[in-house]
Write a protein that binds this ligand. Structure first.
Ligand SMILES: Cc1cc2nc3c(=O)[nH]c(=O)nc-3n(C[C@H](O)[C@H](O)[C@H](O)COP(=O)(O)OP(=O)(O)OC[C@H]3O[C@@H](n4cnc5c(N)ncnc54)[C@H](O)[C@@H]3O)c2cc1C
Length: 430
């Protein structure tokens, strides 16, 4: 991909120092939601650039071997589709459920091609400011353009924008194994024998075959990791699988089963319950991890007991948003979930399933810093219930607002399938 910086306006006027109208909108992150934001901007004729620290949809690529739980019809943005149908794109069948790889290759990559050359890969945003102002300065603040500091293969670049849409996700910032969320040095030192995402076990059999493996976590990612280990165990029967949960009952992690409207997700819960029942997976629950250290493998301990060392552990305890890049602009996050405050109560995983999140848009996502928005999975903070369809509606509304189309911005609509996996005690989708 060509790393060409968009020619940016330097138009200035004496009173404000800058003419924001002529600047593009910056979208940070080329995941599903960042690309959807860009598609809406393009459709509305608003100039934009997308900054992506890795390759297109770098986070999704790390789980490309995983099958999604929602079918294609929920995984594509409407503006994205409208741009793509004008090309030779073969639209995927709505009812089919893709893998992460298919999501990238059959939708996200083609979409990124339509949006090129305004997407800059290997461009990592390290800081956002309001021009020369830090967070404290109020005078003429909203008249200053945003200034983004961007690490590129050619060095640091400064890029100006009239609005910023932060779609950087949370997948790059996993939670630790420790139940209290603390990243201990002893855990960091074990990095070579801990996986924090959903490892591609089939392609790295030697790391897991006939080994003693533990999976920590009670959500959809943990279930995926466990199912992959069970498949491996069929070929390598000495593989030992331990599932470590802090839930009171393992049944609480099985989810909606046959009542789940997202059949693929219900199916995961049903399969895992069977493997627990027939002893292929040993369960330690409730197990509150209070310590982790190296001793011929990974040793996990709780207040009550210490487990024998594992050769390797897979930590699927969720992810957390990263706020360093917006340290010098004014943003708010809710105290519990670290979500955008106005949506936090809508997505509390103790009360809402993935499918029960009401539609929300620009109004709910608005931040104290005018024209700055956190969207996509990052807008949910640590809540694990985010679905792409929700994010697509978020960015449709935000872009409508930026275009001055208040009516479209306020008219938020969202149709999601009801799913039991994220209900109280289930630990969430991912
Ligand atoms: C295994 C798994 C399965 C899932 N299955 C489904 C499903 O079936 N249906 C569904 O609706 N949802 C599903 N989700 C949830 C969710 O929809 C996805 O996680 C989705 O990828 C979130 O999109 P996003 O654009 O918000 O963030 P991401 O996909 O995480 O994209 C963020 C992007 O921002 C980039 N970035 C990060 N920091 C910077 C920076 N400082 N500068 C520049 N770029 C940066 C990253 O490299 C990345 O490309 C699943 C999630 C997981 C993990």
């Amino acid at each position: 991909m060509e790393l060409k910086i968009i020619q940016q306006s330097t138009c200035c006027n004496p009173s404000t120092g800058c003419c924001e109208q002529d600047l593009p909108v910056a979208v940070i992150g080329a995941g599903p939601i960042g690309l959807a934001a860009a598609a809406h901007l393009k459709e509305r004729g608003i100039s934009f650039f997308v900054l992506e620290k890795g390759e297109i949809s770098a986070n999704v690529r790390t789980w490309e071997h995983v099958t999604l739980f929602s079918p294609w019809q929920y995984n594509m943005d409407e503006a994205g589709k409208r741009l793509l149908v004008n090309t030779d794109w073969q639209a995927p069948q709505g009812e089919k459920i893709p893998t992460g790889k298919e999501l990238v290759e059959d939708y996200l990559l083609p979409l990124s091609e339509v949006l090129a050359p305004n997407i800059h890969t290997k461009h990592e945003v390290i800081s956002i400011t309001r021009g020369g102002l830090d967070r404290m300065k109020s005078s003429s603040r909203s008249l200053q353009p945003f200034l983004l500091y961007v690490e590129t293969p050619n060095g640091l670049k400064e890029m100006k924008a009239k609005a910023v849409i932060d779609a950087t996700g949370t997948w790059g910032n996993p939670n630790p194994a420790m139940s209290n969320g603390v990243w201990l040095q002893t855990e960091k030192e074990l990095a070579s024998i801990i996986d924090y995402h959903i490892p591609n076990i089939g392609e790295n059999e030697e790391l897991y075959a006939n080994k003693k493996i533990a999976v920590v976590g009670g959500g959809h990612s943990a279930i995926n990791s466990l199912l992959n280990l069970v498949t491996l165990k069929q070929k390598y029967p000495e593989t030992s699988i331990t599932w470590i949960l802090r839930k009171k009952r393992v049944e609480d992690a099985f989810g909606g089963g046959s009542n789940d409207e997202l059949a693929a997700r219900g199916e995961l819960g049903l399969r895992i319950s069977e493997y627990v029942r027939n002893g292929q997976i040993q369960v330690e629950t409730p197990f509150i991890i209070t310590g982790i250290h190296e001793q011929k493998g990974v040793v996990l301990k709780s207040e009550e007991k210490m487990l024998k060392p594992f050769d390797r552990i897979i930590v699927n305890t969720g992810n957390r948003p990263e706020f360093d890049i917006q340290r010098e602009i004014r943003y708010e996050r809710e105290a519990v979930t670290e979500a955008v405050p106005a949506i936090a109560s809508l997505i509390d995983p103790n009360e809402h399933s993935c499918g029960s999140v009401p539609a929300h848009g620009e109004k709910e996502l608005r931040q104290p810093e005018e024209n700055f928005y956190i969207v996509g999975s990052k807008s949910y903070g640590r809540a694990p219930t985010f679905l792409m369809a929700t994010g697509y509606e978020q960015v449709r509304s935000v872009v409508a607002f930026l275009a001055g189309d208040r009516e479209a911005a306020e008219n938020v609509q969202l149709q999601l399938p009801e799913t039991g996996v994220c209900h109280s005690g289930a630990g969430g989708c991912c």
